[in-house]
Design a protein around this ligand. Structure first.
Ligand code: C2E
Ligand code: CA
Length: 414
């Protein structure tokens, strides 16, 4: 609840030692903050319209360490302590810790200055907890890993079903943390998205993809090949994200169609943004796929409105396709849908020859999954010249470098 309070000149808003009930925003007039040192009044500052006063002891849940008096007729709006604390509790843990730490230090400094012992330990708001410390540490380590080029990118083959050829690769980020081991990519992306580190990761993956496609094209006598990169909705929301990709693709002079974006839709509010992204990409020969189609918020209206080049059927539909006639019907339906709207379809999560046989019977363009090929390093792809061949799952496992047991460093010098 917020309510207004009118003060005449000389009225106290609160006095040293009072229990804090509210913080205040000054609407009009001005107020003076003072504290007592050795019985003498020390003026600490003046509060003007638009400023906040009294929030420190609310956040710290300690008695008022200063007195605030109106210097002229004033209007203030009260902000209820409970509401402030609720908002702080709901805020980002790092911001919360910074705020509570700041409040404690501010009031502690004031205490020392005036020689009082008003300041209680913060009871109302949790001070920095273990998970927050871990998160700050991890963020710092991620920054270092980016700087020291310790992130890796693996490439998972994509099979063109009709020709039985590997014609593309999906770029998948990897971070093998020195203490915690491999960090799941989704966790890594979520962490990076909370800071500007996501820009560095985006640049890293795009640069890697441009570098890798060049090498793969050379290996295949410039026959058409592509690399897909994953883009999260939050990345898309960042200014200039797509223009940055376009600049890099244009600078690298990649053949049209050799870079694809895989977008996982997570909010229908983004429809207009994605429409704009697709148009821009198409102007520059970049194809756009709807990832994890059929899950989350990737609904049919999206397919109706947006001109995706590819629909990627989520592997949750493929997992039991031979035994579940409903999964079968859904895959069948999406493949037909793709055919009708002129979008290619990629069936993900192919883990066995039987699954692949099933997919071969469908009229779908691409298939991907551990049976076709696990994510692997570019160097392995190049040295084994696997770019053109679809090897059996058994022989692939033998050529795969263990992904998680070793420190993956990029073989790209960027
Ligand atoms: P995704 O886009 O759905 O990628 C496919 C994930 O499924 C990959 O996991 C891949 O290793 C795994 N996978 C592929 N085939 C099979 C299979 O046959 N069986 C099983 N069980 N799994 C299979 P990964 O690499 O852990 O990536 C997880 C997610 O992290 C990706 O899901 C993607 O959303 C995200 N991600 C990875 N790299 C990046 C990146 O560079 N940028 C962004 N924004 N997201 C990324
Ligand atoms: Ca993907």
């Amino acid at each position: 609840m917020q309510s207004r309070k009118i003060l005449e000149q000389g009225d106290f808003l609160y006095q040293e030692g009072d229990a804090p009930e509210n913080a205040y925003i000054v609407i009009s007039g001005s107020l003076e903050i003072s504290a007592k040192k050795d019985g003498n009044k020390i003026v600490i500052g003046r509060i003007l319209p638009g400023e906040l006063v009294g929030e420190m002891s609310v956040i710290n849940d300690s008695k008022r360490s200063a007195t605030v008096v109106a210097l002229e007729p004033c209007v203030v709006v009260e902000i209820d302590k409970k509401h402030i604390l609720e908002r702080i509790e709901k805020s980002d843990p790092i911001i919360r810790s910074l705020l509570t730490g700041y409040a404690r230090r501010f009031l502690g400094g004031l205490d020392i200055f005036v020689g009082t012992k008003n300041i209680a330990k913060s009871q109302s708001v949790n001070v920095i907890d273990d998970s927050t410390v871990q998160k700050i540490k991890l963020e710092h380590q991620l920054k270092q890993a980016i700087k020291n080029k310790q992130l890796g990118v693996l490439l998972q083959p994509i099979l063109e079903v009709a020709t039985d050829e590997i014609v593309g690769y999906e770029a998948l980020i990897r971070w093998n943390h020195p203490e915690h081991g491999p960090i799941p990519p989704l966790e890594l992306i979520a962490l990076a998205e909370e800071t500007s580190l996501i820009d560095d990761i985006s640049d890293y993956v795009i640069d890697y993809a441009c570098h890798a496609i060049r090498q793969i094209l050379q290996l295949n006598g410039e026959a058409h090949r592509f690399i897909s990169i994953n883009v999260s909705p939050n990345q898309l929301l960042r200014d200039d994200f797509v223009n940055n990709i376009i600049n890099k693709v244009d600078t690298a002079k990649l053949p049209k169609g050799s870079l694809h974006l895989e977008i996982t839709e997570s909010s229908t509010l983004l429809t207009e943004k994605i429409e704009h992204v697709i148009d821009l990409c198409h102007e520059h020969g970049i194809k756009v796929a709807l990832d994890n189609f059929g899950t989350g918020s990737s609904n049919l209206a999206l397919v109706q409105k947006l001109k995706f080049d590819t629909l990627i059927i989520d592997r949750s539909f493929t997992i039991d396709v031979q035994h579940n006639h409903r999964s079968m019907a859904l895959i069948d339906m999406i493949v037909n849908l793709g055919y009708r709207i002129n979008a290619e379809v990629l069936v993900a999560g192919i883990e066995s020859e039987e699954m692949l046989d099933y997919v071969r019977e469908l009229n779908c363009r691409y298939a991907q999954g551990y049976h076709i090929g696990k994510p692997q390093e570019l160097a392995v792809i190049l040295s084994n010249n696997t770019a053109d061949k679809f090897l059996s799952a058994k022989s692939q496992i033998e050529i795969l470098t263990p992904l998680v047991e070793k420190n993956i460093t990029s073989d790209m010098d960027i």
